[in-house]
Design a protein around this ligand. Sequence first.
Ligand code: FPP
Length: 269
Amino acid sequence: MTPKPYTHRDAVPYRPLDWTGVQPPVFAPGSVPAHVAIVMDGNGRWANRRGLSRVEGHKAGESALLDVVAGAIQAGVTHLSVYAFSTENWSRSPDEVRFLMGFNRDVLHRRRDQLNEWDVRVRWAGRRPRLWGSVVKELQHAERLTQHNRTLTLTMCVNYGGRVELVDAMRGIADDVAAGRLKPSAVTEKLIGRRLYVPDMPDVDLFVRSSGEQRTSNFLLWESAYAEYVFLDTLWPDFSREHLWRAIDLYQSRDRRFGGAVDKPGPTA
Ligand code: FPP
């Protein structure tokens, strides 16, 4: 397929999937996490260390995201969820909030064709109230454009918070119970999962945070109940597909037991 050049005014050039020419390590079959969640942290520090304003760090984070999406596809990851704006981010300065809203809108606008060509399905997880209408419009446009793509599902978590996601789900369930549409005994883990923002989102296998901070910051709380956590020191604008592959490598060394346990006799047991 011939790559299409960008025409948008802020265009960062179109890039084919393998523009770096770097190939992922050979991962053992079946060992690649299906769903990777990423907290893209450290933009502000990256910028401030260079004497720049925080928004310059967010700008630099765009190509890191695109590189990581490409690396996820190369590695065989099928779901990637990224924390682009949290329900707590509204407490930042009005200037930064305004920038982040406009930036989310513009990134979606200028990258949707590229993501579509990469066979990426874009989805949105988050709350509608307060979110700029223009951001919602771009999210919905990208969702419609890419709805039949299957190689990778990229969930943009915008105005997302893990606790409010559960609050919204519980309110819907409580309404149904109060109206007699649902019996309390029918409320199961499966049913709650179906009331979340993206009902068919699989559980997170690997949860990655950049920048050296070791917190979950209210990201995908329900979905990450059995995720493996990897914290890397690299600030998000310096993050690349190779960092993702390093995180996958660390994930593969973990022993996931999901609460079960078996005897492993021997000196290292
Ligand atoms: C956290 O870094 C980052 C954000 C709140 C914004 C995330 C946005 C990007 C990574 C840009 C990519 C673009 C899109 C639209 C997905 P921080 O500001 O908390 O950094 P700090 O911890 O160093 O202050």
